[in-house]
Design a protein around this ligand. Structure first.
Ligand code: 1MF
Length: 187
C-alpha cells in the first residue's frame, strides 16, 4: 500500500502510545528505513507486519488496532492534505459511502499503483443500508468497520451500528457485507 497508509499507522501509534513505542514496533516489524514516503508504494506485508508487531508490543488485538486505524484514517487524511478530496466525496454520510469508488478512482489518477477495494451501497431504509466491500486484501474487515465509524463521526451520525453480516471468497477476491444502521436522523 502507499506510504501514506503506513504513515497513518505511525501517526496513530505515536499519538496513542508515544514515539518510543513506535520505534520499538518499527524495529520489531523489520522496517529499516527512517521514514515512510506518502507517494511511494510499499509491499502490503510491511503494513501487516507493523500491525502484528504493534499487537504484540502493545498487547492489543490486531482487530482492535485495525478498527482504531480505520477511524483514525478518516481524521488523518482530512488533516494531511486530503480534506478537499474528502469534501468532494460527499456532504452526507450516505452520499460519501456511495462515492467511495469515485474517490478511489480520483486518487488512482495520481497514484497509478493504487489497488483500491470496491464498495457498493444498497439502501434498506431511511436509516439502514448494506455496504458491500470487495478486496483482494485479507483480514481488513475490522479496518473497514472503523472507517465507517470514522465517517459516522465526520458527519455527526448518531447511534451508528456497523455489523459484519457475511463474508465470501470468490476466487482471489474477498466479498464482505456490512449492515449499517443509525438513529432516525438525516445521515
Ligand atoms: O492500494 C493502496 O495503496 C490503497 C491505499 C489506501 C488502497 C486503499 C486505500 C484506502 N483504504 C484503506 C483500506 C484498504 C482496504 C483494502 O484494500 O481492502 C480506505 C478506503 C476508505 C473506506 C471507507 C471510508 C474512507 C476510505 O478512505 C478514504 C480515502 C481513500 C484513499 C485516500 C484517502 C482517503 C488516499 C489518499 C492519497 C493516497 C492514497 C489514498 O496517496 C496519495 C495520493 C496523492 C499524493 C500522495 C499520496
Amino acid at each position: 500500500m502507499y506510504g501514506l497508509v503506513n504513515k497513518a499507522v505511525q501517526g496513530l501509534i505515536a499519538k496513542e502510545f508515544g514515539e518510543e513505542k513506535w520505534n520499538e514496533i518499527k524495529t520489531k516489524a523489520g522496517f529499516e528505513d527512517e521514514i515512510f514516503v506518502s507517494m511511494q508504494k510499499y509491499d502490503d506485508s510491511i503494513t501487516y507486519n507493523l500491525v502484528g508487531a504493534a499487537s504484540e508490543i502493545l498487547n492489543v488485538s490486531g482487530e482492535n488496532l485495525l478498527e482504531a486505524f480505520g477511524e483514525y484514517w478518516v481524521l488523518y487524511t482530512a488533516e494531511e492534505g486530503y480534506g478537499e478530496m474528502l469534501d468532494m466525496a460527499g456532504s452526507t454520510f450516505v452520499e460519501f459511502l456511495g462515492n467511495l469508488n469515485n474517490l478511489h478512482m480520483r486518487v488512482g489518477d495520481v497514484m497509478p499503483d493504487l489497488e483500491p477495494p470496491s464498495f457498493d451501497v444498497e439502501t434498506i431504509s431511511e436509516c439502514e443500508l448494506r455496504l458491500y466491500y470487495s478486496s483482494k486484501r485479507e483480514g481488513l474487515n475490522p479496518m473497514v468497520l472503523g472507517l465507517v465509524k470514522g465517517l459516522g463521526k465526520r458527519f455527526d451520525v448518531k447511534d451508528l451500528s456497523v455489523v459484519l453480516e457475511e463474508t465470501n471468497v470468490e476466487g482471489e477476491i474477498l466479498k464482505n457485507t456490512f449492515k449499517v444502521s443509525w438513529g432516525n436522523n438525516q445521515a
